[in-house]
Design a protein around this ligand. Structure first.
Ligand code: NAP
Length: 545
């Protein structure tokens, strides 16, 4: 067990990216430690054990690309495997790479303070430990800071309540119980059909209706496995240069230039096959996010599907999204989601018509009435992208990070913040981050960060910082790219990409929407151009090495 309190690299978080960062630090010959809040590895896949939890990016691509031998050995049972299988995969990596001795579990980082003289961060944990590190890598995840609705009374509730992102490790039995699920984002879309199957009754509380497209999940065939394994190196490379980090071929059709009959046939085929999402996300070649006319066609097709599937016309109308383009908040991928609203034991509450105003001992109160339930499930999302960082007292040369970011987050290329030397962000705001297969953008961040650390080490200037002018012009570019696309309307959907789901949070489109591949090119060019926009300096004399 390595629990030295003086290390080269301190990594916060033992999810996909944190584990990869540890292997990279080792390869650089640096001492490293990981601090992890959970009692095991896995990050998102450790915490999210809610009913129906599974990946909604194909796992043959949502997996570690830096372990080519494992690619040949591991077998994913389905296109979108369940949470236990993904957690098993991450535990296997930690075991196989012998990472456990360098990870401290059940421990949260509560503060980090930079010292200019020594060129080191002092990190404090909730167990009272003080760790001094030259480099700190925040692999804290983008969907970590779980939030419940800002209404009073939860402490008075006499039933059981759960947040999907903090689910108990033991199975929760809903048989014979009246359950309510608050929220209809990607998480709820997975949980609702499964809970409806078990519970006596299920009340779903929806605020902003989402577009939900079919997953068409199924086992992978032997032939698919063979082709994937043979082509894995190529597929992994393609993923890095695909707009959304998943190398799927974009449909080559201009939807607004063909007859209605033709396009309905094409869209129907993709809807059934689970590839409808390709039209929305292939925004460069196929303009789902760039061209309002194409977006309207896709949105209208999806709306018609809701009307077709949901039998009660009022429920169908409540579930139908209007007023924002499809794809500007996270597209939900579901199995029997809309069909579940045809069940006798499922009902829908429209929180736009009747917002929840409080939790009571017996259930919840809306502006219109009281709903008695035994169990409350909050699928109410996260203070995304920044919450895990701003909840820690991070003090750099420019003061507290949460104050520096009070007008919205700012980074240079998503990895460093000016005034916070040697504090690296994995999938930070200003990078492609969440507009992607998260494993790919996580690895991309770690590769970039490790390149910066390596250069700092080799040059003997062990303090690396983002120039404030480079950061400012990068953030202007990030805003401009979002503005050019339909993401400029994401706030209308209350999308967490913009922070609008968190009361009081500055509304700004946080990720870089230029595509994963474009970003890969940019950071590699920056490195080749003598690390343009970064400065490398030495710590106080006598403390290096
Ligand atoms: P989310 O998308 O933020 O959804 C939260 C839901 O709770 C929204 O419908 C929100 O409504 C609702 N809500 C919040 N406060 C409410 C209130 N006071 N009253 C009524 N409704 C309220 O969170 P999530 O579903 O956990 O998903 C977050 C992200 O995690 C996803 O977008 C996705 O990126 C990721 N995810 C991935 C997978 C995967 O398989 N890879 C699975 C699940 C989730 P508003 O929309 O009006 O705010």
């Amino acid at each position: 067990m390595d629990n030295s309190n003086d290390v080269d690299v301190l990594i916060v978080g033992a999810g996909f990216a944190g584990l990869y960062q540890l292997t990279k630090a080792r390869k650089l010959g640096l001492s490293a430690r990981v601090i992890e809040r959970g009692s095991g590895v896995g990050g998102t896949w450790y915490w999210n054990r809610y009913p129906g939890a599974r990946c909604d990016t194909p796992s043959i691509f949502y997996s570690a690309s830096y372990l080519p031998d494992l690619d040949q050995e591991w077998k994913w049972p389905e296109i979108y495997p369940r949470q236990p299988k993904i957690l098993e995969y991450l535990e296997h990596i930690a075991e196989r790479e012998n990472l456990y001795p360098q990870i401290t579990f059940n421990t949260s980082v509560v503060a980090a303070e930079w010292d200019d003289d020594s060129g080191r961060w002092t990190v404090r944990t909730d167990s009272g430990e003080r760790i001094v590190a030259r480099y700190v890598v925040m692999a804290t995840g983008t969907l970590t800071a779980a939030k419940t609705p800002e209404v009073p009374g939860l402490d008075t509730f006499e039933g059981r309540w759960f947040h999907t992102g903090r689910w108990p490790h033991e199975e929760v039995d809903f048989r014979g119980r009246r359950v309510a699920i608050i929220g209809t984002g990607s998480t709820a879309v997975q949980a609702i059909p499964v809970v409806a199957d078990a519970a006596e009754s299920l009340t779903v509380v929806q605020r902003t209706p989402k577009f939900v497209v079919p997953a068409a999940n199924r086992p992978l065939t032997a032939e698919e496995w063979l082709t994937t394994r043979v082509n894995y190196p190529l597929l992994r490379a393609k993923a890095r240069y695909a707009d959304f980090g998943t190398p799927l071929d974009s449909p080559e059709v201009e939807l607004d230039k063909i007859s209605e009959e033709e396009r309905t046939a094409i869209l129907e085929e993709h809807w059934q096959a689970g590839t409808f999402i390709l039209f929305v996300t292939s925004y460069r070649s196929n303009s789902g996010i760039m061209n309002p006319a194409v977006n309207d066609i896709l949105a209208e097709f999806a709306r018609a599907k809701i009307r077709e599937i949901v039998k009660d016309s009022r429920t169908a109308e409540t579930l139908t999204p209007h007023g924002y383009p499809i794809g500007v908040n996270r597209l939900c991928i579901g199995t029997n989601f809309y069909e579940t609203f045809n069940r006798d034991n499922v009902s829908l509450v429209d929180a736009r018509e009747e917002p929840i105003v409080g939790i009571t001992p017996e259930g919840f109160q809306t502006s219109r009435g009281h709903y008695a339930v035994d169990d409350l499930i909050f699928a109410t999302g996260y203070d995304a992208m920044t919450g895990a960082l701003t909840s820690i007292d991070i003090t750099g040369r420019s003061g507290l990070l949460r104050e520096t970011w009070s007008e919205g987050p700012s980074t240079y290329l998503g990895v460093l913040v000016s005034g916070y030397p040697n504090l690296f962000l994995v999938t930070g705001p200003g990078g492609p981050s969440v507009l992607s297969n998260a494993v790919v953008t996580g690895e991309q961040s770690v590769d970039f960060i490790s390149t910066l650390i390596r250069h700092a080490e080799l040059s003997g200037h062990q303090v690396v910082e983002a120039d404030s002018t480079a950061e400012k012009s990068w953030m202007e570019h990030v805003a401009e790219v979002a503005q050019r696309s339909l993401y400029r309307e994401a706030w209308k959907a209350n999308a967490w990409y913009t922070g609008r789901n968190v009361p009081g949070k500055k509304v700004v489109f946080m990720p870089y929407a230029g595509g994963v591949g474009t970003y890969e090119q940019i950071w590699r060019e920056v490195v080749a151009d003598d690390f343009r926009g970064f400065s490398f300096a030495s710590a106080a004399p006598g403390l290096q090495g």
